[in-house]
Design a protein around this ligand. Sequence first.
Ligand SMILES: [Zn+2]
Length: 245
Amino acid sequence: MRLTVVGCSGSGPGPASAASCYLVEHDGFRVLLDLGNGAFGPLQAVADPDSIDAVLLTHLHADHCLDVAPFVVWHRWSGRSSGRRIPLIAPAGAERRLAVICEEGGKPLTDVFDFRVTPVTAELGPFAVQTARTEHPVECHAVRLTAHGSSLVYSGDTGPSDGVAHLARGADVLLAEAAHPDVPDLPPALHLTGRQAGELAATARVGRLLVTHVPAWVDPDAQLAGARAVFPAAELVRTGASYEI
Ligand SMILES: [Zn+2]
């Protein structure tokens, strides 16, 4: 499978990247993991919006879901949509919440999406999908995609979590957030530091760690150094990069 980083900035768009959005492809099937604010622009540089076969939203914070709005507008008004309904997997309440984001009054989005509620264990095209609840102030699910014997785990947003570590066990690639700088008295169950992302990768014995979701106000090199101190096979993602898994 191939992972392409559409947006990797944490907590909102930054000067060099949109917020969270990752394109995962295998055998011509395309899944979007999150569709955060600013992502719909760079998405069009790497994929025709009509070619997206499924969308999975880890949770409903703005930096993970807000660009569902331009995605819907494109499908309704561009004249280039095939009109097929796209499976959208998200926590309970997404159907109503996303409708309100898109339009005052909340016109249903069921003309564009076939809503499915996480947690799921499902097949999406060639992908087997598993999810695990994360440690975050709102309902959030990490996701594991497996295809042709290769596996990718995306942490979504999470504090240190045994459930996410279990989901990630033995994965080829762990795409893990590292939004918190390593400072004292961090709020619990919210985000990972770089070191904690490295600890998650080491505990789960993954092959490779991709560090992501660093906010514009946090030093990315410090996050990577923290991860590498625990798990040397760590690298920092950048927007537009692709990874073969
Ligand atoms: Zn969040």
